[in-house]
Design a protein around this ligand. Structure first.
Ligand code: AP5
Ligand code: MG
Length: 217
């Protein structure tokens, strides 16, 4: 199964992708995570992406589509893919069709996380992750069970993203509205879009996604 999680910054794409990975053994393909890894490693892609990401703008289509193709090639052909934060432009949506086609894969579902933008700044500015295993948390909505210790791996170091500040978030939202939202009608015309209330409790969001995936999983 190959699915896209679509929604603005802070909609819960990464949160729900991690849950699908844990439950179904699918692979999360987050272009944001791949780009952050490239920035950290100081690769040519990372050097090009760093400032763009810090401004909250979009990295070039060619870079992200190449990252996705490489990740898919590194996966077993039977492993399902969760596209998180990709595609984000009409050009990327076209590339994804070609990338999947060339590998004998097809897109099963596009899950749209519908959210109220006003709540997203709070979600994003309160977010942090375990520096060891990457598990996501939130200052208010999802704290570690024991303060300072990761529930998943027991690590004690946490980190926050440099682009998770109120000003950059507004640019990221504007980019979503202008460039990403317009790709939805393309998938709607194919009849593969499932809409989920992303403002609901995290477990309810997960249940709604599972209900959409159930017939094909
Ligand atoms: P990326 O890393 O993809 O960031 P994003 O799209 O801005 O989305 P986020 O990761 O901020 O949000 P999310 O939906 O994953 O929310 P999360 O689950 O963490 O991209 C970063 C940058 O990289 C871009 O700006 C761009 O520069 C570049 N880039 C990446 N992909 C690109 C591409 N394809 N093309 C070009 N450039 C690209 O949830 C947020 C918080 O809310 C968490 O703390 C969570 O605990 C909490 N939360 C989640 N769900 C709920 C809920 N239901 N109720 C309460 N709290 C919740
Ligand atoms: Mg994310």
């Amino acid at each position: 199964m190959n699915i896209i999680l679509l929604g603005p910054p802070g909609a819960g794409k990464g949160t729900q992708a991690q849950r699908l990975v844990d439950k179904h053994g699918m692979r999360q393909l987050s272009t944001g995570d791949m780009l952050r890894a490239a920035v950290k490693a100081g690769t040519p892609t990372g050097l090009e992406a760093k400032a763009v990401m810090e401004r909250g703008e979009l990295v070039s289509d060619a870079i992200v589509s190449a990252l996705i193709g490489d990740e898919l090639d590194a996966m077993g052909p039977d492993m399902g893919a969760i596209f998180d934060g990709y595609p984000r432009t009409e050009a990327q949506a076209e590339s994804l069709d070609a990338i999947l086609d060339a590998r004998g894969r097809k897109l099963d579902h596009v899950i749209e996380l519908e959210v109220n933008e006003d709540a997203l700044v709070e979600r994003i500015t309160g977010r942090f992750t375990c520096a060891t295993c990457g598990k996501g948390y939130h200052d208010t909505f999802e704290k570690p069970k024991a303060e300072g210790t990761c529930d998943k791996c027991g690590g004690h170091e946490f980190k926050r993203r440099p682009d998770d500040n109120a000003e950059t978030v507004r640019t990221r939202m504007a980019e979503y509205r202008a460039k990403t939202a317009p790709i939805l009608p393309v998938y709607e015309a194919r009849g593969i879009v499932g809409k989920v209330d992303g403002m609901a409790d995290m477990d309810e969001v997960t249940a709604a996604i599972e209900a959409i995936l159930a017939p094909s999983s």
